[in-house]
Every structure is written in structure tokens, then in C-alpha cells.
Write a protein that binds this ligand. Structure first.
Ligand code: PLP
Length: 362
């Protein structure tokens, strides 16, 4: 759906890793990439880890999410969002999305909280289950921005911290600010199919220096700095990004503007074509700029979607439906959720189109 593009200094930087023998987690490209990523997003801190799922997991732990907590998120997302919540022993609560953004609906979030939540000592609880609601994880679907400022405003009113799952959204912005920078923590993925890739990789970004140092500590086995002793002060993770992966990313992030221009060029061509045959091609919202990671059309009915998927795949054009909604999967079917009307509507209609660009207009 989206092939990687290696048109920069990838080989040169990878060679430097091999020649230096620094291929693992200690090495100059890891810190260099963190600095470049933070600067690109306009934020204070970035912490590079092995993949986006690990970045979500660490972010939840940094915010103190623990066993028995409830985490507000959306059912229309990739499995990693819900799984990372489960790794903490917490339970996802599925809030509906908006049809136009495909991201968490601020009004659905607000009505869920008004009906189900209460605050005691500045901590938010689900008054029906008695469980703490300790984070909210909205996701920016396919790189299109959710109404993130409204989502943050509602969550803040209830003292719920926000982790933006911006795994698909590097290079996208809302009101001219990078996605991932609105929440307390933002998360990116650099998996092979994402806008820029390390093969596998992820990162979290934050303006809070305490969150950043906690995330780095947790992702490096919680080892205390010492000249030679092995002292670990809590249960940490081996989640640090290796230098080899960071080398690829240092080259990729140098090319990101070029990549985004080409993605947009392809999106414009699709838009023109689909408009001419009266098919709705997904475009960015008024206040936002999309990276057009995965481009999509909206079928008028599920039957139309199914026949389009069938026909295009039969003819060798790779097209895909959206993910099965989390609330329909066996491990998440008993989770708390609202009516999921828009999530269901979109799940039956959205089709992803081939989104790799072929012309490299430098
Ligand atoms: C890709 C992705 C992730 C996870 O990233 P990995 O690097 O594959 O672990 C998380 N959330 C969303 C929405 C994603 O698309």
C-alpha cells in the first residue's frame, strides 16, 4: 500500500554504522535522530524505540497507567493501540469516531464522560465500574488529523492525560502544529510501511522533560548510569532503537519534505480522477494538512465496497478495507464502548488505495 523510498543517504549512513561496528543501541545516529525528530516536530524531546507499539506501551507506563485502569481510545484503529493498553493490564474503552476525520469524536468523548465519569481528588473514575480512567489515546487515521484541540480540551477538563497515537501521521499538522505535539505525549511508528521507515522503529515525543527521561530509562532496561555496575531500579524494557535503524531514519528524515510533496502530488491526481466519476476521495480537513499516508475512497454502500475490493484485487491492484473494529475482535469484544455508529459506517465503506508514489519530482 505504501512502499518505502530510499533516495537519500541511507547507504552512506548504514555503511558508517558497519564500519564503526556501532550497530546496536549505543551509537551516534540514535541521539542524532532524536534531535532531528524533535526539531522537525517543533517539540523539546524525542525518545527513539524499537517500534510504535513499544512507544505506546512506554508512554502509557510513563503516565502511570496500571492494572485495572480504563483507557479511552477508538475502535477504528490498528490493533497496536489496543494491545499496548492491554500490556499495562488496563482495558480499552471504545469511543466513536467522527465520519469526516475518522478520528476520535470530541462530542462522543464528551458525552461518554458526562454520563460515566466523576472526579475525586482530581482523578477521573468511571462511576459505574469504579475504575480509574487514566489516559485517552486518540488516533490520527491514515495521517488525517482528528479534532485534536477539542479532544485535548475535554480530556483536560477531566484531568485525563492524552497520548496521541500519531503512528501514521508524521508530517501531518493541525492548525499548523505537528500532530503528536498536542497531547502530553505523541507516538510515531517507523515500520516498513509508514511515511519514513527504519525497517522497524518508533518514537515518542513530549515537551515534558520528566516524561522523556522516564521513557528513556524504561526503554533501556531501567539501568542506572554507572561506570561498570549493573543496577536496575525497576522492571524496564529492552526497547531502545538500534543505531542501524536510526541511521536509516537520519537519512529518511532529511528527505521527508520531498516525500510529502510527492505523496500530495499523487493524492491530487487521485482526487481529480475520483471527482470526475463522482466517487468521494478522502481529503484533509480545513484546519489541517495531511501527509496522505494511505489514500482512501468512501464507497456508498458495503456492497459497493465489496465489489470494488473484489474487482480491483482480481485485476492486480492492491486495495484494502479498513481494520476490523477492535470491539469486534475476540479479545476486545467485552470492552466498554459507546454505540460506534460512525466507526461501523466507515468500516463498511472506506477503501485504501495504492499510495506509493512513482514519480520522484525533486
Ligand atoms: C503502525 C501503527 C502502530 C504501531 O506501530 P509498529 O511500529 O508497527 O509497532 C500503532 N498505531 C497505529 C495507528 C499504527 O498505524
Amino acid at each position: 500500500m505504501h512502499e518505502p523510498y530510499f533516495g537519500g543517504k541511507e547507504k552512506e549512513y548504514l555503511n558508517q554504522c558497519i564500519e564503526s561496528t556501532f550497530v546496536s543501541s549505543v551509537g551516534p545516529f540514535v541521539n542524532q535522530f532524536e534531535d532531528q525528530l524533535a526539531e522537525y516536530c517543533g517539540i523539546q524531546n524525542a525518545v527513539a524505540v524499537v517500534n510504535g507499539t513499544a512507544a505506546l506501551h512506554i508512554s502509557l507506563e510513563v503516565l502511570g497507567v496500571t492494572h485495572g485502569d480504563e483507557i479511552l481510545t477508538q475502535s477504528l484503529t490498528f490493533i497496536a493501540t489496543a494491545n499496548a493498553i492491554s500490556y499495562c493490564g488496563a482495558k480499552p474503552v471504545f469511543i466513536d469516531v467522527d465520519r469526516d476525520t475518522m478520528g476520535m469524536s470530541p462530542s462522543a468523548l464528551n458525552s461518554f464522560l458526562e454520563t460515566n465519569a466523576e472526579q475525586r481528588d482530581n482523578i477521573c473514575y468511571n462511576k459505574k465500574t469504579g475504575n480509574r480512567i487514566s489516559a485517552c489515546v486518540p488516533m490520527h487515521t491514515y495521517g488525517f488529523a482528528a479534532e485534536i484541540d477539542q479532544i485535548c480540551a475535554i480530556a483536560r477538563k477531566w484531568n485525563i492525560p492524552i497520548i496521541e497515537d500519531a503512528a501514521e501521521a508524521i508530517g501531518s499538522s493541525y492548525k499548523e502544529k505537528s500532530l503528536g505535539t498536542y497531547g502530553d505525549i505523541g507516538v510515531f511508528s517507523f515500520n516498513g510501511n509508514k511515511i519514513i521507515t527504519a525497517g522497524g522503529g518508533g518514537a515518542l515525543i513530549t515537551n515534558n522533560p520528566k516524561y522523556a527521561s522516564k521513557a528513556k530509562h524504561l526503554s533501556t532496561t531501567a539501568k542506572k548510569a554507572h561506570k561498570y555496575e549493573f543496577i536496575h531500579d525497576q522492571i524496564g524494557y529492552n526497547y531502545r532503537m538500534p543505531n542501524l535503524n536510526a541511521a536509516l531514519l537520519c537519512a529518511q528524515i532529511e528527505e521527508i519534505e520531498h516525500i510529502l510533496i510527492n505523496k500530495r502530488y499523487l493524492a491530487e491526481q487521485y482526487k481529480k480522477y475520483f471527482e470526475s466519476i463522482d466517487v468521494s476521495f478522502r481529503w484533509e480537513g480545513e484546519n489541517s494538512t495531511a501527509n496522505f499516508w494511505l489514500m482512501c475512497i468512501e464507497a456508498k454502500t458495503k456492497e459497493e465496497r465489496d465489489s470494488f475490493l473484489e474487482e480491483s484485487n482480481k485485476n492486480g491492484v492492491m486495495t484494502r478495507p479498513v481494520w476490523e473494529l477492535m470491539c469486534n475482535l475476540p479479545m476486545y469484544k467485552d470492552c466498554i464502548k459507546d454505540e460506534q455508529i460512525n466507526a461501523q459506517y466507515l468500516a463498511e465503506r472506506i477503501i485504501n488505495l495504492p499510495s506509493s508514489y512513482r514519480t520522484h519530482a525533486k
